[in-house]
Design a protein around this ligand. Structure first.
Ligand code: AMP
Ligand code: MG
Length: 485
């Protein structure tokens, strides 16, 4: 155990044709230092680092020491960025290898910010501590919220500055993912103009994601359906908690259905469907309310790459692809409606449910009310005794809502329980995240640790809640977030 640290390295991705990757070792850094280790995840993965001192841990999670049996590589991919096609690839992420977990799941163990690769274009291959901590915090918050996400295993500072608009402390994040296969990986495969390469990627993805194929199935369509289902579920979850990804480019959409690449992402405070935080999203393409439509657009790009495998005749292939793609909207609308019903403690379905939900959302928007807190307030009589909750409009809505709850075949208590597990009390509010990151940039990580601790149980009442539930004061309000690449 002590010499393997519990790792059971697999080399599956590199069994793909070699255009899909390039072997690349991380570039060592001067003085790595461990800032965070995710001990729960370490044990869940069947790993044990108890025999290592902090220097040895820092060496491993900075990439300074490549473990025995690891053959690190960078993946090739392409992507539509803000609608425009580009050839990309891991420009600063290096996969150390794949680890077989005790549950029989293969996961990528990847270092982000580990140095340049042949896909770096003009980038330095490095990452600043702020954006890597943001990914650490939000990805772990997503996990605790019950939303599929890549995970964060460790964060080390490199002891070296990275040059952005200013000098910033450099860092390396260890990311764990069910896979890093993206829509963009398929776009890359399609660009190679070889159906053998495309088929190899389809076969690999189906096997890696354990997608069931029945005799006679068209595997490209089965894969497409799987992606549609997973993305519908994922986006519904994002909408449930007010998460805005910020850069839903096709290279940032994972076929595993996990939230991937936390750049300028943020959670919405005040309910406003057109909320955008990303400083580079000038047209609002990736605004909160656009996310389902963009996911659908991205999956259409995936379907286009699969056409040669869907049918030999292009017109037949297009017709079949369209037929499968058309399921997205209907499926999403159904899932969204059910998710909103759960947010309101509604069981079963009534024709009037949609209107009831929309009326609440419109009222929240008109009154600049907080998306997260409003749903929690609905079951808290103390909080309903003041402010906009005393308005005629809200009281009329509240009466309708209670009449609807009366139609449930379940008790009011069951409704409230459903609401409690659907509506988080705690989200990583952007102003709290930014405040913690500002301190971290000065070398003080206490606020990050406190935030991470609080975010572990987002559905439970706790003492620290008031501080983290508080809305930003005007001076604290964050209007823009930056990729910081
Ligand atoms: P992202 O916006 O993080 O999804 O990155 C988009 C693309 O730019 C990916 O191909 C990244 O690998 C690449 N990239 C981002 N930052 C850097 C960097 N500092 N050095 C090299 N490549 C980068
Ligand atoms: Mg990316």
């Amino acid at each position: 155990m002590s010499n393997t640290l519990g790792f059971s390295w697999q080399n599956t991705y590199t069994s793909l044709p070699d255009v899909f990757y390039t072997y690349q070792a991380p570039t060592p850094v001067s003085t790595p230092d461990v800032v965070i280790l995710n001990n729960k995840l370490i044990s869940a993965l069947g790993l044990d680092f108890s025999c290592l001192d902090s220097k040895e841990l820092a060496a491993i999670f900075s990439g300074n020491q490549v473990l025995h049996k690891c053959q690190p590589f960078a993946q090739a991919y392409a992507g539509h960025q803000f609608g425009h096609f580009t050839m990309l690839g891991d420009g600063r992420a290096i996969t150390l290898g794949e680890h077989l977990t005790p549950c029989g799941q293969i996961v990528d163990i990847q270092l982000k910010g580990a140095g340049p690769t042949c896909y770096s274009r003009r980038g330095d291959g490095r990452a600043a501590v702020g954006p890597m901590l943001r990914e650490y915090i939000i990805s772990e918050a997503m996990f605790a919220l019950g939303i599929p996400s890549t995970r964060s295993l460790a964060l080390v500072t490199s002891g070296e500055d990275v040059v952005r608009e200013e000098y910033l402390p450099g860092a390396i994040l260890t990311r764990v993912a069910t896979s890093h296969i993206r829509v963009g990986t398929f776009e890359f495969a399609a660009m190679q103009q070889s159906s053998n390469l495309l088929e190899a990627l389809v076969d690999y993805t189906i096997k890696r994601h354990k997608i069931t194929l029945a005799e006679g199935d068209n595997k490209a369509l089965v894969l497409l359906d799987d992606v549609i289902t997973k993305q519908v579920d994922l986006i519904t979850d994002w909408m449930r908690v007010g998460f805005i990804h910020g850069v839903m480019n096709t290279d940032n959409m994972a076929l595993s259905g996990e939230t991937l690449d936390y750049g300028p992402c943020a959670f919405m405070d005040v309910y406003s469907p057109d909320t955008v935080f990303s400083s580079i999203d000038h047209s609002g393409r990736y605004a909160y309310a656009n996310q389902p439509m963009i996911a659908n657009w991205n999956i259409t790009k995936l379907a286009e790459t699969l056409l040669p495998l869907i049918a030999a005749d292009i017109d037949t292939a297009i017709a079949l692809a369209k037929e499968h793609l058309s399921k997205f909207t209907e499926l999403y609308e159904q899932k969204w409606l059910n998710m909103m019903r759960a947010k309101l403690g509604i069981f079963g379905s009534e024709a009037t449910d949609s209107q009831l939900i929309l009326d609440l959302l419109n009222w929240m928007q008109k009154n600049y009310l907080d998306y997260t807190n409003t749903f929690c307030d609905l079951i808290n009589q103390d909080r309903l005794s003041y402010g906009p909750y005393q308005s005629e409009e809200f009281l009329a809505w509240y009466k309708r809502w209670h009449e609807r709850l009366g139609q449930n075949n379940e008790s009011l208590d069951c409704s409230y329980k459903l609401m409690q597990k659907t509506n988080p009390l705690l989200i990583p509010r952007n102003h709290r995240v930014e405040q913690a990151l500002d301190k971290a940039n000065e070398g003080n990580y206490e606020a990050v640790y406190d935030l991470l601790t609080a975010l572990k149980s987002p559905y439970e009442e706790s003492k620290s809640l008031d501080y983290y539930r508080a809305l930003p004061k005007n001076s604290e309000r964050i209007y823009q977030t930056f990729c910081g690449t």
